[in-house]
Design a protein around this ligand. Structure first.
Ligand SMILES: [Zn+2]
Ligand SMILES: [Zn+2]
Length: 228
């Protein structure tokens, strides 16, 4: 008997009292760089034990919408979001249900949209974004962007552990809620990073409120899921 594996399974079942969501997944419908179709996304998410997923395609809601409708049919919670390119990096936006935020919406416009519509913007993979900015942009990222958001993606599946650690330090420094997402573009990447909620999430509104209240944290998915 593999005791180590058994201990891990017990640990996972204890942790299952929490609600585990992958908040950053791309589908092939609106993200041409992704190979995941909505149906396979749901099948995979369910099989590894995710309680829900958020579809955050690049600048388009269609993939999220299709997965959302499909989720309703097969009784699996899918929440809609979008990853919006801005001049200050990619923002995961939750609370957007159409293509109101298009290619290269400015950061200020995203924040304005969020205030007006009760949405929330969360900077994605901030360490990777910083590499693309000049010194002035990097300074603006900390002193401007992080003072205008409520949460930061601290566990991003496409980032290195060092990059995620840097994001976590920033979240602590600026007292931000922490979320995690796989940034999956391939099926096997789903769940590699997750957001662990202290409460059960039944709707997109509850998801937004729970993040705003900081009732969540980013984590590596392998501690919580049945990843092969
Ligand atoms: Zn991105
Ligand atoms: Zn992404």
């Amino acid at each position: 008997m593999n005791f180590k594996r058994e201990a891990l399974v017990i640990k996972k079942s204890v942790e299952r009292s929490e609600f585990v969501v992958d908040m950053h997944v791309h589908t092939s419908v609106s993200s041409p760089c992704s190979f995941i179709d909505p149906e396979r996304l749901i099948t995979r998410a369910r099989s590894i034990g995710l309680d829900a997923v958020c579809v955050t395609d690049h600048d388009g809601i269609e993939g999220a919408q299709i997965a959302f409708e499909l989720g309703k049919k097969v009784e699996y919670p899918v929440f809609r979001g979008m990853e919006v390119y801005t001049e200050l990096g990619d923002m995961l936006v939750f609370g957007v249900y159409d293509n109101a935020l298009s290619w290269m919406t400015t950061f200020d416009e995203v924040i304005k949209f969020c205030h007006k519509n009760g949405a929330i913007a969360v900077p994605a993979h901030i360490s990777k974004t910083k590499v693309t900015l000049d010194e002035e942009g990097r300074k603006k990222m900390d002193e401007y962007v992080l003072r205008r958001v409520k949460a930061l993606e601290t566990y991003n599946g496409g980032s290195t552990p060092e990059e995620n650690r840097h994001a976590l330090e920033l979240a602590r420094k600026y007292s931000l809620a922490s979320i995690g997402g796989s940034d999956a573009h391939h099926e096997f990447q789903i769940g590699r990073c997750v957001t662990v909620f202290k409460v059960s999430i039944q709707s997109e509104r509850e998801l937004i409120e729970a993040v705003k209240l900081g009732l969540c944290r980013g984590e590596y998915g392998s501690f919580f899921l049945n990843m092969p």
